[in-house]
Design a protein around this ligand. Structure first.
Ligand SMILES: [Zn+2]
Length: 426
């Protein structure tokens, strides 16, 4: 990405696919490079910085940037229809600042004070004074908000481990998250309750730890960093990371995952529409919601007594004795993988049935099913209900009656599918 950086780079984003990166240049000024349908060159935004900058966006076309000045005070510059000048916000900082925003017009700024504690200042209809939040920091802090009234702050402690403090109806104490950091941390969040923390390790590589229903261990992401990282997320399952390399230039890598349904096909009777064709039709429909479909395995099962399987009234949450027997044949499928049993018929006769025993997500599809039945039944497994509309995958009038193929998924259906445990980050 070029440039000659004399600080760690930082990044902010105000929209999907928009990135703004900032760093201190060899002239100690603030430099800016952005991505929108392609990367800009570097532009100078002036000033004399004595720390890395930090940046956040709280609305479309809005960026707030902070850094320490030559007087050790906090300085602030913002973009909204053009760049402001620099304003001083006082204080005596012994690290670069961090900033987060949980709502339009709300800013929370953090920095290490002369006592090595974390200090906090915020903007909401005007700037607060500085408050101390304690601790003993050996790096600049980093901060992110994933919801209204929620802030997570991280810094390196005297033991070089990662420490964490958060605000939600009041400040928590500090908790240690381990590791041995050789830079300040960076943090991003792409969903409520999701945190991704990055830092340089003792091997100069980038290390990553995340929170989602509990903290992961540390994983190495490789590379050779000569600064701390910067991180930002601009959408679900998207993280952009920036750091300085051994050539002092900025380096960029990103992570993006697709919410994917992992299918296993268990064939008692080969369906009239080939499994691969039904999977392809399902992919076409699910792709309109950005959801991937992976056929992880195909296996023939010799279970003649279950080839015409009793599905009772086919009510989700209720499974018959024969469904319990059939769905026990998961054969190494992952706990959140969806297993589809292709049978000769159901009793009573349906094209398919998505009722399954608890903890064994799956469905049956009958030999005479249509090309849309597989996607429809898995839609039920992911939490979708019938609708009375033959333009849609989830029509309750029979998928043979679908008009204007491929059938539609609507936004609320896609949201339900993505929030299902049976769509996985892959
Ligand atoms: Zn149905």
């Amino acid at each position: 990405m070029g440039g000659v950086l004399t600080s760690a780079p930082v990044a902010s984003s105000w929209a999907s696919g928009r990135l703004d990166t900032f760093a201190r240049g060899t002239d100690s000024a603030l430099w800016h490079k952005w991505f929108q349908n392609g990367w800009s060159g570097w532009e100078s935004l002036g000033g004399v910085l004595t720390s890395a900058p930090c940046a956040v966006s709280w609305g479309n076309g809005r960026i707030d940037v902070f850094a320490r000045g030559t007087d050790s005070a906090l300085w602030h510059k913002w973009f909204q229809n053009g760049w402001s000048g620099w304003e001083s916000l006082g204080g005596v900082l012994t690290s670069g600042p961090a900033v987060s925003s949980w709502a339009s017009g709300r800013l929370d700024v953090f920095a290490r004070g002369t006592d090595s504690a974390l200090w906090h200042k915020w903007f909401q209809n005007g700037w607060s004074g500085w408050e101390s939040l304690g601790g003993v920091l050996t790096s600049a802090p980093c901060a992110v908000s994933w919801g209204n009234g929620r802030i997570d702050v991280f810094a390196r402690g005297t033991d070089s481990a990662l420490w964490h403090k958060w605000f939600q109806n009041g400040w928590s104490g500090w908790e240690s998250l381990g590791g041995v950091l050789t830079s300040g941390p960076a943090v991003s969040s792409w969903a409520s309750g999701r945190l991704d923390v990055f830092a340089r390790g003792t091997d100069s590589a980038l290390w990553h730890k995340w929170f989602q229903n509990g903290w992961s261990g540390w994983e190495s992401l490789g590379g050779v960093l000569t600064s701390g990282p910067g991180a930002v997320s601009w959408g679900p399952n998207r993280i952009d990371i920036f750091a300085t390399g051994t050539n002092s230039a900025m380096w960029h890598r990103w992570w993006s995952a697709v919410q994917t349904v992992r299918l296993h096909a268990k064939i008692l009777t080969a369906p009239n529409v080939a499994v691969n064709t039904s999977v392809q039709r399902m992919r076409e429909v699910y792709a309109t919601g950005g959801i991937g479909v992976e056929l992880a395995s195909t296996e023939n099962l010799n279970l003649p007594s279950l080839n015409i399987v009793d599905v009772g009234e086919c009510v989700r949450g209720q499974a018959t004795a024969e469904q319990n027997q059939l769905f026990a044949n998961r054969n190494n499928a992952g706990a959140n993988d969806v297993v589809v049993y292709f049978v000769q018929a159901t009793d009573p006769p349906f094209n398919g049935c998505a009722a399954h025993p608890a903890g064994q997500p799956g469905a049956v599809v009958a030999q005479g099913a249509t090309q849309w039945t597989l996607g429809h039944e898995v839609g039920h497994v992911l939490g979708l209900n019938h609708v009375n509309n033959n333009d849609r995958l989830m029509t309750g009038n029979g998928t043979a009656n679908i008009t204007n193929p491929p059938p539609d998924l609507i936004d609320t259906e896609v949201a339900t599918m993505i929030s299902s445990p049976f769509t996985q980050d892959i």
